[in-house]
Ligand binder design. Structure first.
Ligand SMILES: [Zn+2]
Length: 55
């Protein structure tokens, strides 16, 4: 699985996450894009929420 989040744009992240670009933000822990805002948003990406940060 190749997901170079460093080169992912907010637009690509929004498509991947299935939310609007205005809801996309950086994960507080690993700085990758995640849905930070709006319904279902979280300051942590799913990986960090599950205790498996970043790579
Ligand atoms: Zn994260």
């Amino acid at each position: 699985m190749t997901t170079p989040t460093a080169t992912e744009t907010p637009q690509q992240a929004a498509l991947r996450l299935g939310c609007g670009t205005s809801q996309v933000g950086r994960c507080a822990t690993c700085q990758s894009f995640c849905q930070r805002y709006g319904p279902g948003g979280s300051p942590l990406c799913p990986a960090c929420k599950s205790g498996r940060p970043g790579v």
